[in-house]
Design a protein around this ligand. Structure first.
Ligand code: PMP
Length: 303
């Protein structure tokens, strides 16, 4: 297997127009990066590929030292897939309630899984990864997607740059609103910084899912005890919009009728984008469809 070919398949995803925004408010256009076409099925291929290659180039993984990180699932799949292709042993700390599809795929690529108690929440997986790395520094190198600058840089140079190029190809200018969520904060920080460079007036809205999972991979920021990711540039966020799982799921079903089969975080982003469209002050909106809907069959999303 050529790891180079797999890595080359990451990014340069289609920019699709979602007509609901124009239906809600004539003159508003909404575009989304279709990230499910990445080889790992999600947007996390971008930062993970970059973090892995940098870690290897910097010698962190010499002597069969294992790459270690925590993940709610999508990053875990990307780590496991690229680890398999590059011959890098991978250990992932994942909450035990990650969807069955995710756990099955991580195992299929041969990564070692450490499952944490779901009742303790996602932050517990993060703490466990830090503890393992401290206890066994010879065995593990902690990649730490919540603090690793290669995470947001992948979105600055990749996702953000591609959005500007693809809009220009359609004869459109710089977006005036970005709507995404916050897991590690890599997507928001990287795309947000890149788009603000060209349009300092860019509105950045963070979609925040209702307290308690349902929407895997997104953190309900701002609740007492939540860990704020080290790489998240909170100053970028103009506004936070709560989304219920029901609202996200309803939007997933609407998107599926357009041929877009995506997961609940994507549904949440589009739901919030429509609120921005309805407010009427912004006219060129962008978001991301971060992963495939196939990853959520076992969660009941499509019932
Ligand atoms: N949506 C999904 C489906 C994800 O898996 C993640 C990351 N775990 C995010 C959104 C958030 O992305 P980021 O980590 O870049 O903030």
């Amino acid at each position: 297997m050529s790891a180079a070919a797999l890595l080359a398949a990451v990014g340069n995803t289609p920019l699709v127009e979602i007509p609901f925004a124009a239906e809600a408010n004539a003159g508003v256009r909404l575009f989304a990066k279709l990230e499910s076409v990445n080889p790992g099925g999600s947007i996390k291929d971008r930062p993970v590929a970059r973090m892995l290659l940098e870690a290897r180039a910097n010698g962190h993984l010499a002597g069969q030292r294992r790459l270690l990180d925590s993940s709610s699932g999508n990053a875990g799949i990307s780590y496991a897939m690229f680890g398999a292709a590059l011959g890098i042993p991978v250990t992932l700390v994942v909450p035990g309630n990650a969807s069955a599809e995710r756990l099955a795929r991580i195992r299929a690529h041969g990564a070692e899984l450490v499952l944490t108690d779901p009742i303790e929440g996602y932050d517990h997986a993060l703490h466990t990864a830090h503890r393992l790395a401290e206890e066994q520094p010879e065995r593990y190198w902690l990649c730490d997607q919540y603090a690793n600058p290669a995470n947001w840089q992948a979105h600055y140079e990749g996702t953000g740059e591609e959005i500007l190029k693809q809009l220009a190809e359609r004869g459109l200018g710089t977006p005036d609103a970005l709507i995404v969520g916050v897991g590690t904060g890599g997507t928001l920080t990287g795309i947000g910084r890149r788009l603000r460079r060209d349009n300092p007036e860019l509105l950045i809205v963070a979609a925040i899912p209702e307290l308690f999972p349902g929407i895997e991979g997104l953190k309900p920021l701002g609740h007492p005890g939540d860990i704020v990711p080290a790489l998240l540039d909170q100053n970028l966020i103009d506004h936070r919009e709560p989304v219920t799982l029901d609202q996200a799921a309803t939007m997933c079903h609407r998107l599926a009728k357009l041929g877009l089969y995506v997961g609940p975080s994507s549904g949440a982003f589009v739901e919030v984008a429509l609120r921005v469209a309805a407010a009427g002050e912004r006219h060129l909106l962008v978001t991301v469809l971060s992963d495939t809907g196939e990853r959520y069959v076992s969660t009941g999303l499509w019932h």
